[in-house]
Design a protein around this ligand. Structure first.
Ligand code: ZN
Length: 197
């Protein structure tokens, strides 16, 4: 198989959480990375003024519940409210096959949680074994908003000297957005809404 084709297929399957080399854009020395396609309209950073519809496929498990999905999306939007009173406070979670902003696919079994964005695909995949927690949900939603990974592949920690963030390490307890995550989502929001920042 040709190398470029293999790379393309691996990229599709692993998305921005996978092991394939991802071109990233460093916005500042705090290791913030952005999804390479954050300008694509399907990223949730472009939906923050609307009701956000999350299509869920499969059965809920662990901490992956409708309420926690809503909370995680609103957690990402929350730091942006200081810029506008018109930001979304409604996240609908359910079966929206045709008109959804994002699909969350819940798979019973083992696997590596990931986010995939390719052509019409805009999807988070979570597995019931190992990645059934709120922190992983928050991390993958960071990708869906347009942020990239900042951990060390295979080590799954932040890089030496890097400030903590949900995009580089998911703490075992009380996962939440850190200062670096808030700077990341703020950077993205202001990039696309400069008149509000
Ligand atoms: Zn990731």
């Amino acid at each position: 198989m040709k190398a470029w084709l293999l790379y393309l297929l691996v990229s599709i399957f692993l998305g921005s959480c996978g092991g394939s080399p991802q071109p990233v854009e460093y916005s500042h020395p705090d290791y913030l990375t952005l999804g390479k396609d954050a300008k694509s309209k399907k990223y949730l950073i472009h939906k923050v003024f609307e009701t956000i519809k999350i299509n869920v496929v499969g059965d809920y498990f662990g901490q992956i519940t409708p309420a926690n999905i809503q909370k995680a999306v609103l957690d990402w939007i929350s730091p942006l409210r200081k810029f506008s009173d018109d930001l979304s406070d409604e996240v609908q979670v359910g079966k929206f096959k045709l008109s959804n902003d994002l699909t969350i696919k819940l798979v019973d079994g083992d696997g590596r949680a990931h986010y995939s964005s390719f052509l019409f695909l805009n999807e988070i995949v979570l597995y019931s074994k190992g990645h059934d927690n709120f922190g992983t949900l928050l991390h993958e939603l960071g990708h869906a908003f347009g942020l990239g990974d900042t951990y060390i592949e295979g080590v799954w920690t932040c890089q030496p000297g890097q400030p903590p963030s949900i995009m580089c390490r998911i703490p075992p307890y009380n996962p939440r957005l850190e200062k670096d995550d808030i700077e990341g989502i703020t950077f993205l929001f202001c990039k696309y809404n400069p008149d509000l920042c």
